[in-house]
Design a protein around this ligand. Structure first.
Ligand SMILES: Nc1ncnc2c1ncn2[C@@H]1O[C@H](COP(=O)(O)OP(=O)(O)O)[C@@H](O)[C@H]1O
Ligand SMILES: N[C@@H](CC(=O)OP(=O)(O)O)C(=O)O
Length: 535
């Protein structure tokens, strides 16, 4: 099988400096999610890691295994075991399920008896440590964020022990690297997750990788250590993407590859919109916006670190390794080590200047939907919004860890849209009690936020109008409207039952047509991608 070489920062640079001499094999960081490890470990080893190892040094970063869905995966089970321990419940039965699942998997997947036996023993030892920790927590009757982090880390440890064994079993020289101690216990987090912390962490991760012999494939746990307040609060689920990004920065990788079970980023969720198209490239801002508003393609924290280091991110499909995937990279080029050039870059600026004035057309990159939304309307008791009214509302929500996705305000009225998962219902109830002290509150449930995302939308007049017209033509009622300050996102809150109809009709109207301007923007992007491939 042949694979296209990574479009490295080095390749980007070489467009500008064609006299670059051949270099040693560049690093590619490959991140695999839990369900990919659970379902496609053999493809990962044979069709991906082995193939890329021929032309590159490969570093693998893996999440905890999920044999079916993430919600039934190892991390979710470990979190459940921690809850049970804190409530004096039967956490051992959950650990037993995890053990059974991993041991059966070792037996089914590893043929070399010695490697298999070692994997089973290592798996049992990790789970024994988790059992001891949870027993101690049960005695105290509480789980601290630090203990929860340690319990959660077991998922990535088990998964990476397995991936290492699987690679060694299939002829690669792989080495397991546990990152759970990468942050020293006395590290001074004076400003939380600030630049100094990310710099320290990426350098430390890099050190652990570059010291390995040339033929070794490091397999790093996507869990990266105990942080104040806990990794779940600080980064949230999906933290392995961030870990992989920091590894990529630490070793100055040519490319960060995030392998999923989808060909890349589409113009809409392909499960909901059959006509959705695969996008060649998106900007980091668009990727972050899409992820935040329902298309969970990549953890939003990932982009900042990697893009700052000018490392392209590529989303690829474990079931289709030959596909080009989607590249996430800013639409302005610069040399590594230099500041990013001003935005928009010259070519794009020329396009915008000459075309926007004459082609007042619509153009967007993708449409996404975020479900399980609750809309809260608050009418202030006072005649005008009193000083501190909004501050009071946000303080109440913040204390209960409820995050507002959209907000719109008028003189005495505030509307907010929030995603509420079933386990947040008690917090919502509590928040409503507090908010009712400030005014009249009404609540609408079973709503969805539909967001149209696109970097180029800022240059188009009337795109919001077109989106709302499509909804109106389809008799879809709009509860709330918002345009992000960055002007790359236009959102509307609609009834949950209208979601698919809204996605498909907006997609058909705004993302499937060929507009004069779109053709030029797309061909400019295509040219850029071609140039990069050629380089
Ligand atoms: N715009 C989009 N492009 C690609 N996938 C999307 C988009 N919106 C939603 N999705 C969904 O996101 C999922 C991401 O892929 P998957 O590999 O299943 O995730 P994970 O790595 O979390 O297991 C896919 O199932 C896909 O249907
Ligand atoms: N295992 C963790 C971290 C993670 O990144 O997972 P995934 O890569 O499968 O989204 C979780 O379930 O949240």
């Amino acid at each position: 099988m042949s694979v296209s070489p990574p479009l490295s920062a080095r390749s980007y640079n070489s467009i500008l400096d064609l006299k670059l001499t051949p270099k040693a094999k560049g690093w590619v960081v490959q991140k695999f999610g839990g369900t990919s490890v659970g379902k496609f470990s053999r493809n990962i080893v044979d069709d991906i890691v082995k193939v890329y190892s021929k032309a590159n040094r490969v570093a693998v970063v893996s999440s905890a295994r999920s044999s079916n869905t993430k919600s039934e995966g190892t991390t979710s089970r470990l979190l459940k075991s921690a809850d049970l321990a804190a409530d004096n419940g039967d956490f051992q039965s959950v650990l037993d399920i995890i053990e059974e699942d991993h041991i059966q998997n070792a037996k089914d997947s590893i043929s070399d008896k010695q490697i298999q036996e070692k994997l089973i023993n290592d798996t049992k030892a990790e789970l024994k440590r988790a059992q001891e920790l949870l027993r101690a927590c049960q005695v105290i009757g509480e789980i601290s964020p630090r203990s929860l982090d340690s319990v959660m880390s077991v998922g990535e440890k088990l998964s990476c022990l397995f991936m290492t064994a699987s690679m060694n079993d299939r002829g690669l020289n792989a080495e397991y690297i546990d990152l759970s101690d990468v942050i020293p216990i006395d590290y001074d987090f004076h400003d939380g997750f600030d630049d100094a912390f990310y710099k320290f962490l990426s350098e430390e991760l890099g050190r652990r990788v570059v010291k390995l012999a040339d033929d070794v494939v490091p397999v790093l746990t996507g869990y990266f250590g105990v942080v104040p307040g806990g990794l779940l609060n600080g980064v949230g689920r999906g933290y392995t993407d961030l870990c992989a990004a920091l590894v990529a920065v630490g070793i100055q990788a040519d490319e960060l590859q995030v392998w999923k079970e989808v060909d890349g980023i589409f113009t809409a969720d392909p499960r909901k919109v059959p006509n959705a198209r695969l996008l060649d490239s998106v900007t980091p801002e668009e990727a972050a916006e899409l992820t935040y508003y329902g298309s969970e393609v990549i953890h939003p924290f990932t982009m900042e670190q990697v893009i700052k280091a000018k490392i392209p991110i590529r989303i690829k499909n474990v079931e289709n390794p030959n596909g080009n995937g989607t590249i996430i990279f800013p639409d302005n080029l610069g040399r590594r080590g230099e500041d990013t050039p001003p935005h928009p870059p010259a070519a794009y600026e020329t396009l915008s200047n000459s075309y926007i004035a004459s082609h007042k057309k619509r153009s967007a990159t993708a449409i996404t939907a975020k479900q399980d939304i609750v809309v809260i309307n608050i009418h202030s008791n006072k005649k005008t919004l009193s000083h501190g009214f909004l501050a009071q509302i946000f303080a109440t929500l913040d204390n209960l860890k409820l995050v507002v996705d959209l907000i719109s305000t008028s003189e005495v009225h505030v509307s907010m849209a929030l995603q509420i998962q079933p386990d947040q219902e008690p917090h919502l109830k509590h928040a409503l009690l507090e908010l009712r002290k400030m005014g009249t509150v009404d609540v609408t449930r079973k709503m969805t936020i539909i967001s149209l995302v696109g970097k180029q939308m800022v240059n188009f007049i009337g795109i919001a109008g077109n989106m709302f017209k499509v909804l109106a033509d389809n008799r879809i009622n709009i509860e709330m409207i918002s345009q992000g300050a960055n002007e790359i996102n236009i959102s509307a809150v609609i009834n949950d039952k209208d979601t698919i109809r809204a996605l498909q009709s907006i997609h058909a109207k705004l993302l499937e047509g060929t507009f004069g301007f779109d053709d030029h923007v797309e061909s400019a992007l295509d040219l850029r991608l071609e140039a990069l491939k050629f380089a």
